[in-house]
Design a protein. Sequence first.
Length: 144
Amino acid sequence: MAAPRSRVWEFLTDPVAVSRCAPGVESLEVVEAGRRFRATASLGLGSIKTRFTADIEWLELQPPGRARARAHGTAPGSTADVEAVMQLAETADGGTEMRWTAEVTIQGTIASLASRMLGGVAHKLSGQFFDCVRQNVEGSPAQA
């Protein structure tokens, strides 16, 4: 991203900012500032529509280079568990390289009914999320 690592870090560790980029997020509650959050989001997989409530927790914060988070979400008849790791590195031109990995486990009705669509939907939603992040952090400091 064409933005300093500190700006990318600040944006991606701010749950309110991130929630504005996360597709389907309807609400966000800060449970413990800088540590735990609860979000409600709607998800559509073809004709299957559901609403998840997720508890998110920072497990590790090493500013401005590495963060690890865990989330557990529930929807009627389904659960989702996610562990994500973000690593940020400065580039030679003053920008930021981001590496993001996530392990996702979905069980229950959604997994059994929509398993063939999950990969494509996850890829699409991830693309929308990171496009929004890029637009926010690459803008002027007043916009970010």
